[in-house]
Design a protein around this ligand. Sequence first.
Ligand code: SAH
Ligand code: SF4
Length: 374
Amino acid sequence: MNHSAVHHLPILLQSRNTPLLSFSLETLTDELQSQNIARYRAHQILEWVYQKRNTSWHEMLNLPIALREDLEIRYPLLFPEVITVSGSRDTTQKFLLRLADQEMIETVLIPASPALYGEDSDRRTLCVSSQVGCAYGCKFCASGLDGFKRNLSVEEIVSQVLLVEKISGERINNIVFMGMGEPFANFDHLTRAIEIINAPWGIHLAARKITVSTSGLVPRIRDFADLPQQVRLAISLHGATDEVRSQIMPINKRYPLAELMEACAYYVERKKQLLTFEYILIAGVNDQLTQARALADHALRLRAKVNLIPYNKVEGLPWDRPSESIQRSFLAQLRERGVAATIRREKGHDIDAACGQLRRRELVGNADASLQSV
Ligand code: SAH
Ligand code: SF4
C-alpha cells in the first residue's frame, strides 16, 4: 500500500477552495458555520461584494485581517481577465474575457438601447454568456461554429456583471442571457446565478429585468416556468414553420414547433410575464411574407412580442440580412395583424455584430498571427 498517497489526502482536501461568487447567502452561511466562523460573517462578506460592489477581499474592512487572509485563500474572489474592450461609451461595448483555463467568452454592454425590450431611457443592458461555445449548431450563429467547450460556472456568470460594472463605472439595470451558449443547457448554474443576481443580498436586480433566451429546449422551458422568480423568457424562433426552422436550427428536429409552442403556452400561463420571440431576418431563408404571417399567428396565440433582428454577417458563413424594404414589409405584415413587433437596430452593429463573433475573430486572428510568425 502506498502510505504517502494516503498521507497526502487531507492536505489535498484542505487545499480545496471554492470561489466566493459561487455561494448564495444560505450556502455561505452553512459553509462558514462548518468552519466554526460566526454565521453573521456570511452576510457581512456578501454585503461587501454585492451591495458595496467591492472586488477584493482587502476592501472588507470590518473583517479582522487574519480572518480575511484566511478566507481569501479558501474562497477566492476571482474575475476573468479583460483581453479587449471594443466600441465606445455611447455605443455597444464588447468585452472579450479570458477565464482561468484560458477559454474565452464575450460580454456585451448595450447602453440605453433604442428598441431592445425597452421603454426606459437609462437602460444599461448586459448581454452575458452562459457557456464556452455552443453545442446546438444553429447554421447562422458564430457561437456554435467551433463547437461546444464547456459550461460556465456560477461564479463565471455572476462575475461578468460585477466586472463590467467595475470597468464601466455604471450599474447594470437589465440583463439578457443572449451571449455565447445555450443557457438552458447549463440549467443548474444558470438558475443559481439568477438567484444571486436577483436576491436582495446579491446583485438585487428585479426578476423582470432579467431575460433568458433559448433556442427551444422544451423540457427546460417548463422547468423554468416552474421557478419562483418572474424571470422573462425569449425564444429564438427564426423560422415560423417546421420546414424553415429545421433548415437553420437543428434543435427543431428534436422539439418541433408544436411542442415548443405548447411549452411557451405553459410558461405564459404560469408567469405573469410577456414572452418574446426573437426572429433574425436572413435574406432568402426566413424573410418571406408567408413566414411573417405564420409568425403572426404564433405570436397572437401566445400574446408574444416579436423582436426582429436583421442578421449580422458572420465571417465564413454565407448568410446576409435582407434589404431595408424587405425588413420593413416583414415588420408591417406583423403589425397589420396586431402583433407588437419591433426591429432591433443595434447602435454597435458596425463594430461588433452578434455575440460569439469577437471571440471567433480573436481565435481566427491568433491562428493567422501564428501562421505569419512561422
Ligand atoms: N442560445 C441562446 C442564447 C444565445 S444567442 C439562443 O439561441 O437563444 C442570442 C441571440 O442571438 C439568439 O436569438 C440568436 O439566434 C441570435 N444570433 C445568433 N447569431 C446571430 C447573428 N449572426 N445575427 C443576429 N443574431 C444572431
Ligand atoms: Fe447556440 Fe443560440 Fe447560437 Fe443556436 S443561436 S448555436 S443555440 S448560441
